[in-house]
Design a protein. Structure first.
Length: 273
């Protein structure tokens, strides 16, 4: 393993928004992997296809760029092909607290080149979100079902309310390696390692065009919606994309985090949607 004699390093990339986000991952990821000695890369991809949903093309781009596992959230079913795509994949996750009849899986265990097994769990919040099963109880069920040798567990909580995210972080403190928030597209500055050894951040941020955008959406369309309260088509913004996320370094013996660091890297050139 490259993180250290007894650690594994996981880079988790925040919500990838459309083509600009995919280009940022494609062009920046290799450099970040080399710089931080990353062992495993995960990314939230629920906005990867034109800003809403996932497609075979958008997920293929991210896997080709070096991402090992993709998580999603409330936009996962926005594209019809996602139903078949997730049903046939163990590396594209949907929130585990969807009803069991939903296609796909909510967790995946990946073995790094160094032989360390890391489990990624995808959950959705419920405050200001879709009506889902309880993420707290779902997390309990998943953890109770994991083999005791699977100590490195990283949770993507796709949720709106920071209170819900923080509550789940404290609820799982000492039982998982990290609880990382996604969905709001705004990277927060509250990264920390909790008393029990769980790394936490309320939101990893957005990987996409920030310049002249409202969380990746063209400002003019967002302005019209806010001023008129009328339905409007949301188009992605043109600008310079930024890759946002966090590095989590985990002790492989205990499964506890020893480091969390926010990542924010600009591509340095403009990308059209």
């Amino acid at each position: 393993m490259s993180g250290g004699a007894d650690t594994v390093r996981v880079l988790f990339i925040g919500d990838v928004v459309g083509k600009p986000g995919r280009v940022a991952v494609r062009d920046l990821l290799d450099g970040l992997v080399d710089r931080y000695n990353i062992d495993l890369v995960a990314a939230n991809a629920e906005n990867a296809a034109g800003g809403f949903g996932v497609t075979a093309e958008s997920t293929k781009d991210l896997f080709a760029a070096g991402v090992h596992v993709l998580t999603t959230g409330n936009h996962v079913w926005d594209k019809k092909e996602a139903l078949e795509l997730l049903a046939d994949s163990n590396s594209i996750l949907r929130p585990a607290n969807y009803p069991p009849e939903a296609p796909g899986v909510g967790q995946a265990t990946i073995e790094t080149p160094g032989g360390v097994q890391v489990t990624i769990v995808n959950l959705s919040g419920r405050i200001f979100m879709d009506n889902m099963d309880c993420p707290f109880r779902t997390a309990d069920e998943i953890l109770s079902g994991l083999h005791r040798d699977l100590r490195c567990v990283v949770v993507d909580l796709h949720a709106e309310a920071t209170s819900e995210k923080r509550a789940l972080g404290l609820y799982l403190d000492g039982r998982v390696s990290a609880v990382l928030g996604t969905h709001t597209h705004i990277q927060t500055a509250d990264e920390r390692i909790m008393p029990g050894g769980t790394a936490y951040i309320s939101d990893l941020g957005m990987t996409g065009n920030e310049e002249g955008s409202v969380i990746g959406i063209d400002f003019k369309a967002a302005r019209y919606r806010f001023l008129t309260q009328m339905p409007t088509r949301f188009n992605l913004a043109k600008g310079t994309p930024t890759l946002c996320g966090a590095l989590v370094e985990i002790d492989t013996d205990s499964g506890k985090a020893v480091r969390i660091e926010r990542i924010s890297k600009s591509l340095g050139r403009s990308v059209s949607p």
